[in-house]
Write a protein that binds this ligand. Structure first.
Ligand code: ATP
Ligand code: MG
Length: 473
């Protein structure tokens, strides 16, 4: 742990946002659920705080894991997804149920940590790539120049080399060629810099990835045996280089990428990434309730309890070997979430319960929430439909009365059949806008107004008819 002082600089895992700022950011996408937002915001800030700590205290403070409890469709996964975009830290989301799937033997829970390390490596690598971008661009331009004005060959005339006086010829040739070559190169360089050649087609050598070959093994037992072997096989394959015709513009991108790759030190990347994963990694364990066991055990329950037992050491803190080196999980933050409709948090094995000391409950959504969910978030459903139909020149206008009506119907259906939270809005809107969606290209009047009457006309009967609504909505 002493070594952490010498960690190479990286921005990753250094989220500077205050809890208030994090909540504000989440507010743009998730309506309500303030308690859950506050908890994750505090947890994130605590990472920042513990980094400021000195000496042994720093290692003593381990993150307090969070358990988010709330019925289906109230925003648990959505919070995780937004958080992932928000934080500059290695973040992965896994479904706990993934490890119970019948027949999927070998997909061990340690892969959670391996995936986290993988994410960290990708992030650090990208950061390093960005920092050598300028240099890589210059090198890329040199390589493009080489395509336009190839380096003069040592000997243009192989026969001359075989039959005597080769040396003389070569020297003479080189003397003639050099100024010409240099001048040509400068001329092309100027035009390249001016962007005059961007659309020009050139033929370049590109590295072919060896992935397709490895793909052959997907699904076979090799997958379970870890990435190491796949990588080994990948590395054993000779890296094919293939000729491709591309524009100068594309060549710039390809070469810059290749050159940046050569400029960075992958050993350093791996080392930094592991530290970042250990210190700042966040694992979102979704659907944790699905591996909780209620009452008597049967076969499936045994497997579920097994998953909990497998997860336990990772949450508790253990060392997992990855192809980048061992990763300690003591300081990784875990956020678990589940609907807990059938099983309760107390149905989780006690040891695991104890490792999630912070419990937050997400509220069921009410009519007012639905109204806001429909209109307010940056990716609100109604905005999405409007944008989609605008591509057909259709202007979709929603009256306030219509929004209120849709929200009410969503509540009604959730009460009558099953409460699926905000997901109900998706089914309702799809049905509501079916005709517009279908007719959009041929509509004469490109301005479509959705008011209360329109909503009732399309949805009221279906909502009233229980049997029907169970299938359609
Ligand atoms: N509070 C909310 N604000 C905005 N959108 C929401 C909210 N709750 C749910 N949604 C929307 O409803 C859909 C389902 O939400 P989400 O995936 O978060 O459900 P969940 O709580 O994870 O449910 P489950 O227990 O079934 O996994 C998403 O499209 C999400 O955008
Ligand atoms: Mg979910």
């Amino acid at each position: 742990m002493e070594a952490s002082e010498n960690t190479p600089v990286t921005e990753i895992g250094t989220n500077e946002q205050t809890p208030r700022q994090i909540v504000e950011e989440l507010d743009k996408y998730i309506i309500g659920q303030d308690e859950a937002k506050r908890s994750v915001a505090i947890a994130l800030r605590n990472r920042w705080r513990s980094r400021k700590l000195e000496g042994p205290m720093r290692d003593e403070v381990i993150p307090k894991n969070i358990l988010m409890i709330g019925s289906t469709g109230v925003g648990k996964t959505e919070i995780a997804r937004r958080l992932a975009k928000l934080v500059k830290a290695p973040f992965i989301k896994v479904e706990a149920t993934k490890f119970t799937e019948v027949g999927y033997v070998g997909r061990d829970v340690e892969s959670i940590v391996r995936d986290l390390a993988e994410t960290a490596v990708r992030m650090v690598r990208q950061e390093r790539m960005d920092s050598v971008q300028e240099k890589a661009k210059e090198l890329a331009e040199e390589r493009i120049l080489d395509v336009f004005v190839p380096q003069p060959k040592k000997s243009q005339n192989p026969l001359g080399r075989l039959f005597g006086n080769a040396e003389e010829d070569d020297e003479k040739e080189e003397k003639d060629e050099k100024p010409k070559y240099q001048a040509g190169r400068e001329w092309v360089r100027k035009r390249l810099k001016n962007g005059e050649l961007e659309k020009e087609l050139i033929e370049i050598d590109v590295e072919e990835s060896s992935r397709p070959m490895v793909g052959m093994f997907a699904g076979s037992s090799l997958e379970g045996m870890g990435d190491n072997i796949q990588d080994m096989i990948g590395n054993l394959m000779p890296k094919n280089r293939k000729k491709r015709k591309v524009t100068v513009e594309q060549a710039r991108k390809i070469f810059t990428q290749e050159e940046a790759g050569k400029l960075i030190d992958m050993d350093e990347v791996a080392e930094t990434a592991i530290k970042v994963a250990e210190r700042s990694g966040i694992v979102f364990l979704d659907e944790i309730d699905k591996v909780a066991v209620k009452g008597n055990s049967n076969g499936a329950d045994v497997s579920r309890e097994g998953v909990q037992r497998d997860i336990l050491p990772i949450v508790e803190g253990s060392q997992v070997s990855t192809k980048y080196g061992p990763v300690k999980t003591d300081h990784v933050l875990f956020i678990a979430a589940g609907a807990f409709h059938i099983a309760k948090p107390s149905d989780l094995i006690p040891e695991l319960q104890g490792r999630f000391p912070i419990r937050v409950e997400l509220k069921s959504l009410r009519k007012e929430d639905f109204e806001r969910i429909l209109t307010e978030p940056q990716n609100a459903l109604i905005k999405q439909y409007q944008a989609m139909l605008a591509t057909e020149g259709v202007e979709l206008e929603f009256k306030e009365s219509a929004i209120s009506r849709i929200a009410q119907l969503a509540c009604d259906v959730n009460e009558q059949s099953e409460d699926i939270g905000a997901r109900r809005l998706h089914t309702l809107l799809e049905k509501l806008l079916e005709d517009v969606s279908f007719d959009a290209p041929e509509l004469q009047d490109k301005h479509v107004v959705i008011d209360e009457a329109y909503v009732d006309d399309r949805l009221h009967d279906i909502v009233q008819n229980h049997d029907l609504s169970q299938f359609i909505l």
